[in-house]
Design a protein around this ligand. Structure first.
Ligand SMILES: Nc1ncnc2c1ncn2[C@@H]1O[C@H](COP(=O)(O)OP(=O)(O)OP(=O)(O)O)[C@@H](O)[C@H]1O
Length: 238
């Protein structure tokens, strides 16, 4: 079974220990929620896993093999892709071209990249606007392009950093369906950072909670949501 692991990952930013010995696993077919209050270290952990931040200590493994020190594009070729809180599209290119650029990572031809990009766009519901300029898209659609762009890398492990940020309730409901179908439709495991607890509870199989850079809890959704430490640190009455 395909698996991504972090082993004792620590990140020190000058005087701040943003992550302190974090062990996390993401297994084939699952949707894992990565939760924690602001500043808990969630994005830093995703940055480490995706090669944007070198850990001070610890190792990231894909299928048991260390991928420490690999660049983001090398990691993408190993099957690790991510989205960003800020999407940053090429606004003067079409929606399709924005996704096609990612697809070129694996594709042997422009045609193959185009069909991978089309499939990713259809999946996130943006097939009908593929020819539009990316700069003309409404905000929620920009965020969906961000997901399509990551999917075009054909990941086995997809890291979603707050995909629902700034979306309306109805846009969030559409997103729930997209995220839920990812493992089956694209064969990728999903690590989901999301402050929208309703969305997290609906789609995740398991939760990993960080607080102050350390793991506070890890386990099935129902167990973690009833954990008194988690309730005190983060969930409140959710
Ligand atoms: N490049 C950096 N240099 C210095 N400190 C940083 C850097 N990146 C993050 N931090 C700090 O590390 C801590 C963890 O930040 P991180 O963004 O990982 O938290 P988070 O859980 O993703 O928070 P949020 O939910 O607000 O996005 C914070 O205190 C943050 O200010």
């Amino acid at each position: 079974m395909s698996e991504l692991n972090t082993e004792a990952i620590s990140v020190q930013f000058q005087g701040l220990r943003a992550l302190d010995s974090v062990d996390l696993s993401l297994k084939e077919g699952e949707i894992l929620g990565l939760l924690g209050p602001n500043g808990a270290g969630k994005t830093t952990l995703v940055n480490v896993i995706s090669g944007f931040q070198r850990p001070t200590e610890g190792t990231v493994r894909v299928d048991g093999k260390s991928v420490g020190g690999l660049t983001p594009d090398a990691l993408a070729r190993c099957g690790v892709a991510r989205t960003f809180q800020s999407v940053r599209l090429f606004r003067r290119l079409s929606v399709l071209e924005n996704v096609e650029i990612s697809a070129l990572c694996h594709a042997k031809s422009r045609n193959e990249a185009r069909s991978t990009a089309r499939r990713a766009l259809e999946f996130v519901g943006l097939g009908p606007v593929a020819r539009r300029l990316a700069g003309e898209l409404p905000y929620a659609d920009e965020r969906r392009v961000g997901i399509a762009r990551a999917l075009a890398l054909r990941p086995r492990f997809l890291l979603l950093d707050e995909p629902a940020a700034g979306m309306t309730d109805s846009e969030c409901r559409d997103l729930v369906e997209i995220v839920r179908q990812l493992p089956q439709s694209f064969g990728c495991a999903v690590l989901l950072i999301e402050h929208n607890i309703g969305l997290v509870m609906e789609v995740c199989n398991r939760l990993h909670v960080l607080n102050g850079g350390r793991t506070l809890a890890d386990g099935p959704v129902e167990t973690v949501r009833n954990n008194p430490d988690v309730i005190a640190a983060y969930l409140g009455g959710a």
